[in-house]
Design a protein around this ligand. Structure first.
Ligand SMILES: NC(=O)c1ccc[n+]([C@@H]2O[C@H](COP(=O)([O-])OP(=O)(O)OC[C@H]3O[C@@H](n4cnc5c(N)ncnc54)[C@H](OP(=O)(O)O)[C@@H]3O)[C@@H](O)[C@H]2O)c1
Length: 239
């Protein structure tokens, strides 16, 4: 049988052609790398982040639309989605890194900001975006693997990390046919604050480009939803 047009190598190289990819936290690191790869695969890109200058530079480099705001300002986030001029196909939420603190330095206000950024942000994005994402499109969330090991300073992030796979699965059911997946990354050499376990990890680390490749795969593989994917360069296996 002759191969279909969809299976040609050229089609696979541009398999996001005509689609729109929105990246919340897209001016640096994993978000920016995913934006680059999605652009190379033909997607139109929308980037958001807080710092307008860095966002502007990223937008110019990729020919992307941009919007500068703090994604944990949920009223602003809702207005951003309301104002989107067209439906989107895929959405990646990266954004704020985790906050590590031993119990002696525990700060309730900082902890609440962390809960906003890591637990409530995905929920709010799902609520705001559900009607804006085309069927068979995806929501992708990001978390790290460090909270999977017990260490002083990781209690809050451990609790959030335990909750996110369950949140992802429940949302995948609730907003189907839009797919929802979670990527849990190991250290990837970006400017995020080091975790209390960083010094113990010597072995291979993932790179933002590896994580971006997984993100693009999850956007295009229509069989995957409600799932959590570790990509950590063997950090969990080694420890
Ligand atoms: N890199 C790693 O080693 C690693 C490992 C495990 C998990 N992760 C997770 O991956 C995500 C991204 O990490 P990364 O390494 O790509 O970080 P990064 O290079 O610092 O990039 C973070 C991006 O998010 C934006 N951002 C941060 N806070 C935001 C907010 N409140 N509202 C809107 N945008 C915001 C930043 O721009 P502005 O600062 O201008 O807002 C930037 O564009 C984080 O959630 C992190 O927990 C990373």
């Amino acid at each position: 049988m002759a191969p279909s047009a969809n299976s040609s190598p050229v089609h696979r190289e541009r398999d996001l052609l005509g689609q729109t990819v929105l990246i919340i936290g897209g001016s640096s690191g994993i978000g920016l790398e995913t934006a680059r790869l999605a652009r190379a695969k033909g997607a139109d890109i929308i980037l958001t982040a807080r710092n307008p200058d860095r966002l502007h530079r990223a937008g110019l480099a990729l020919g992307a639309s941009i919007a500068a705001f703090d994604a944990t300002d949920f009223d602003r986030l809702e207005r951003f989605f309301d104002a989107l001029p067209r439906a989107i196909d895929h959405l990646l939420v990266t954004g704020p890194g985790p906050c590590y603190a031993p119990l002696s330095e525990f700060d309730l206000a900082a902890a609440r900001r962390d809960i906003d950024a890591h637990l409530l942000l995905p929920l709010q994005v799902a609520k705001d975006a559900a009607s804006k994402v085309r069927p068979a499109g995806t929501l992708l969330f990001m978390d790290g693997v460090s909270g999977r090991r017990a260490a002083a300073g990781l209690s809050l992030i451990a609790a959030l990390t335990a909750g996110l796979p369950a949140l992802t699965k429940a949302l995948a059911l609730e907003i189907a046919p839009v797919r929802v997946n979670l990527i849990t990354a190991g250290l990837a050499g970006t400017p995020l604050p080091a975790s209390p376990l960083s010094d113990e990890i010597d072995g291979p680390r993932g790179r933002p480009a590896d994580i971006a490749a997984l993100a693009i795969h999850l956007m295009t593989n229509t069989a995957v939803t409600g799932a959590t994917f570790d990509i950590d360069g063997s950090q969990l296996v080694g420890g």
